[in-house]
Design a binder for this molecule. Structure first.
Ligand code: SF4
Length: 197
């Protein structure tokens, strides 16, 4: 896939898995498609399915607030998408087969954005990109990869809705700290390639 226009057009008509029959629309992504940071969640929910944009429901509103508090310019600093582009009925977790069928679209998004940092929000994104099942409490905040591209697991904002506290060491506090760290690494100037004088 050579361009966002071609990807958007092809993905918008996708019928590869059973989720095509119940969706209202394909939810590709939002934000800056040339951003240095890509945030990947699980799958669209009801409001995302209605509006055609990822993370616009309650968890998305919380995510946007935490991102802004971490210093992000939402329209410039990042691009947001999901592992699976169509809403699973009842907001269930996407199946392994659905994730596999949808994976080429995600891979093309990663190639087009070509981010320095990928933030993996929740267990589904962590399993899809790192092949690690479970253990998010230990994994969050632990950098993976390196050199060309860094990946950072964080809690999914839907999980954070279960906890109202913003106190130090709370899940929301950890997530804000993780997002700050991710932003710093994504926006840091590239290392100078000139030899020392
Ligand atoms: S979830 Fe992905 S693979 Fe399935 S129909 Fe939607 S775009 Fe296609």
């Amino acid at each position: 896939m050579q361009s966002w226009a071609a990807l958007s057009s092809a993905c918008g008509q996708c019928q590869r898995c059973g989720l095509a029959s119940s969706r209202q629309q394909v939810v590709l992504g939002r934000g800056n498609p040339e951003a240095p940071l890509l945030l990947i969640g699980e799958a669209p929910g009801q409001q995302e399915d209605e509006q055609g944009l990822p993370f616009v429901g309650r968890s998305g509103q919380l995510l946007d607030r935490l991102l802004e508090e971490a210093g992000f310019n939402l329209s410039h600093d990042l691009y947001i998408c999901n592992v699976v582009k169509c809403r699973p009925p009842g907001n269930r977790k996407p199946t392994r087969e659905e994730r596999q069928q949808c994976r080429p679209w995600l891979d093309q998004q990663i190639a087009l954005v070509n981010p320095r940092v990928i933030v993996l929000a929740g267990a589904t994104a962590i399993e899809a990109l790192l092949g690690i099942k479970g253990g998010i409490t230990k994994l969050r905040g632990q950098w993976q990869g390196g050199e060309q591209r860094w990946l950072l697991p964080v809690f999914h904002p839907a999980y954070l809705l279960r906890f109202g506290s913003e106190a130090e060491q709370s899940p929301r506090w950890f997530t804000r700290q993780d997002l700050k760290t991710a932003r710093e690494r994504a926006l840091a100037p590239p290392p100078c390639s000139l030899p020392p004088p």
